[in-house]
Design a protein around this ligand. Sequence first.
Ligand SMILES: [Zn+2]
Ligand SMILES: [Zn+2]
Ligand SMILES: [Zn+2]
Ligand SMILES: [Zn+2]
Length: 529
Amino acid sequence: MADIVVRIYSKSGRSRITLPVSSTLSSLKEQISTHLLVPSEKIILTYESGKRVQGTGSSKLKDLQIVNGTILNLQSEAQIPIMESGPPSGPMPLPELAPQLSTEEHEKETKEQHIRKCTHGPGTRCINCFAQEKPSEDKKKTEDNTWLCRHGPEAKCVNCLKDNFVAGIKHDSYDHFMAARMAKCQHQGDSKCANCLPPAEANYKIKECTKHAPWPASICNSCMPTTAVLARQPYRHVDYVELMNVRDVTELVRYWQQNHSMEQRGGFMYGYYAHDPNYPDGVRAVLEAIYEPMQYGDTNGFQFLDDPMSIYADMIAENLNLEKIGWIFTSINHDAFLSSYEIRQAARYQQEFFAVHPSGYKVSKFVTVVLKPTDDGNAMPEAYMVSDQAQALERDKVFGEPESRRRLVKRKPNDKELLPTIMCENKPAEEFQPEWFIVSLGCGMPKKSLLFLEHSDFPVWNRAKVPTKLDIKQYLQKYRNEPTYKKFSNFHLLIAIAHIVDIDSACEIALCVQHQKEVPRNIIDILNS
Ligand SMILES: [Zn+2]
Ligand SMILES: [Zn+2]
Ligand SMILES: [Zn+2]
Ligand SMILES: [Zn+2]
């Protein structure tokens, strides 16, 4: 049964309720009651037009014109606590059943909220407070999603398993993990054993075999596709994603919120990888700029459109000495860390953008960052990769088209085709929970931005309003007193120059920015003409 999202606006902020299409008005009120801590009998709902929602408890939502995306205003006779920054004056219910903080943490958070003017109360966090925090995963307070559970007290689902199933897994840094394994090697020099062979080398295709006629005539143990035994990946190739360019992330969130978060949006992240001192042999991915390709978005997701010009972003990045480090996108789906579609897309990207590890093996460090709304109308980033196993299963075409975003499926083999067996908890399986393939990474914003790129304040390409040559002139006027390699140190400006002037000029300027050399006079004259 399909679900709908109903958006509830109240004095205490915005929230969303997910429930089955066929739900009744009373089940909606029950959900509002548990979620927003308002007694169900005191709930009064109005449409956006101001008209009151009529109907009895058993009225179907769709008969009341309450469909996916509908906004309802909640008026309540009960006092809804208004969440403001600063300490509460007395005992008040915390929104979202947020975990209680220790007094010390509480004071710290309250103080920080005063600095950045958050609109929510203590106990919740948004992108503003996030920017102030230490990049420590242990302190990461996970959102409590247990109110989404629809099962009895004995069962478990992704909402209540969150803590120990995804966030709870301690992933080792890849190099650290491999070093510990290789310490067990008994052999010398160049030979390889099970300990020093990287786990990413799995092959789920039929292998070449000299013992017999090729498949489908015959098959033996050594050429059969390797059985995939599902297991959470104990290591990760990137430990932490630093959203160094806070402005680009905030801008993406702001643009998305202009459409009430109903059109999801995504982009590629450019930046670099660095050593992360917070983890043994740790790796950190640092975001310098986001490029938003041509795309189409709706409530459930987005799709990058065929855009031959997106190569400009790669070329400019290369001349700035930046890499494509990942993708970032918005999502309003709170019932999954990553959907089955997102996992498969991440797997394809990881396969496409890999790096050669010092060990000589190909390793992907392409990260996935999801921006999800918080109840106070802000957004929170979460960073993931998918496991090497998911990457290999997607590469070897083992996954099929899923019918639900909560399930990955094995493809139905064609005639005379042999797909590997996938073992899930000691049984062959055809369907799997996405959580098996998810590797969670630390994610945060710096206290102090140390960006290589000096500026990001230029209209973003591929949005409703297309930047013009006048925008370029005005921008250059604004920074007229800066050296050229500083004022041109702006990814969005360089993208616009590539489109409006030409890509060669944009690349030449980018190279000057990288080497801190003055941009040649003749290029600047063209821009000012
Ligand atoms: Zn905040
Ligand atoms: Zn549950
Ligand atoms: Zn070995
Ligand atoms: Zn064989």
